[in-house]
Write a protein that binds this ligand. Structure first.
Ligand code: F6P
Length: 320
């Protein structure tokens, strides 16, 4: 019988995390379940940084990005003695179950706790959209909007100066943010981790576009593929066209969550409480064709099904 639930947010923050917390708090209160917030992710769990939450704790959170419970990356959680101390903290606060909002790394922590006998459910909170088994993660859609706005701004500069602009987009090893923001932002070239890119072809394609009359170009590339400063130098030398770089960085992760993320987080938060009450543990929640679903945590670590096929990508490149 679940009488008290703990919530924590872990890993990179993402817009909508507050909405998930709010939904968990409000639905727990309705169901007469006590609710405890754990600050700073797994680090705060280990350090016993806990606070009782009530409906006042989530006032005016609906349109606030980030996470008011704060977050951290805490690789030391792999150590068993750190996890044992964390479980001791949970037990001494009489917490029966934990809801963890975060990405793949956070799921590792949840899986370990579950295997040690502690009840856990995870929600997908990351801008990267890199979790297998869910169409969308909380924060992805807001980050996508942020990126498209930035590409629009970049277009002004690129076109005024008639430059080539390279824009580096987050996603870790997942190209969803890059692909979709590049389509929405009308970028000329898209370089993704999932599809090997031939940089010699890139140069030829840039030259072709210039010959066709293009005065400025935007290249969207996912982080961790190459050093974009070096790439810019290489393009500038080989095409004789001024080339500038922009790393969008953490602005992508911030700001007011858009309606889709607020709704997704609210639905998932309520569903997490429901699953706990039904006796589930070691699961994460996803959304498929607008329907909430859940899987074993391990399923999240499997290679994510690509949202695009090579052929489709080739067609996109032809359009731009
Ligand atoms: O997982 C979200 C993410 O923003 C990735 O896109 C990025 O690679 C990483 O986090 C950055 O991590 P940190 O916040 O630890 O610098």
């Amino acid at each position: 019988m679940i009488k008290k639930i703990g919530i924590l947010t872990s890993g990179g923050d993402s817009p909508g995390m507050n909405n998930a917390i709010r939904s968990i708090v409000l639905s727990s209160i309705k169901l007469k379940i006590k609710i405890i917030g754990i600050f700073d992710g797994f680090l705060g769990l280990y350090k016993n940084r806990m606070i009782k939450l009530n409906f006042k704790s989530v006032f005016n959170l609906i349109n606030i990005g980030g996470t008011f419970l704060r977050t951290s990356r805490f690789p030391k959680f792999v150590k068993k003695k750190i996890r044992l101390k964390s479980i001791k903290n949970l037990i001494s606060s009489k917490i029966d179950a934990l809801i963890i909002i975060g990405g793949n790394g956070s799921y590792m922590g949840a899986k370990c706790l579950h295997e040690m006998g502690f009840t856990c459910i995870c929600l997908p909170g990351t801008i990267d959209n890199d979790i297998n088994g869910t169409d969308y993660t909380i924060g992805y859609s807001t980050a996508l909007e942020n990126i498209v706005k930035s590409i629009d701004s970049l277009r002004d500069n690129s076109s005024s100066h008639q430059r080539i602009s390279i824009v580096e987009i987050m996603g870790r090893n997942c190209g969803d943010l890059t692909l979709n923001s590049a389509i929405a932002g009308g970028c000329d070239f898209i370089i993704l981790p999932e599809i090997p890119y031939n940089f010699l072809n890139l140069i030829n394609n840039i030259k072709n576009k210039i010959n066709l009359g293009k005065k400025h170009l935007i290249i969207a590339i996912t982080e961790n593929i190459c050093n974009i400063k070096k790439l810019a130098k290489y393009i500038e030398i080989t095409t004789k066209k001024e080339t500038r770089t922009t790393i969008l960085g953490y602005v992508q992760r911030g700001g007011i969550p858009i309606a889709y993320d607020r709704i997704l987080a609210s639905r998932m938060g309520f569903f997490a409480v429901e699953l706990l009450l039904k006796g589930y543990s070691g699961k994460f929640i996803g959304i498929k064709n607008d329907k909430l679903i859940f899987h074993d945590i391990d399923y999240a670590f499997k290679k994510k099904k690509k949202i695009f096929k090579k052929k489709w990508m080739e067609n996109i490149q032809k359009i731009f």
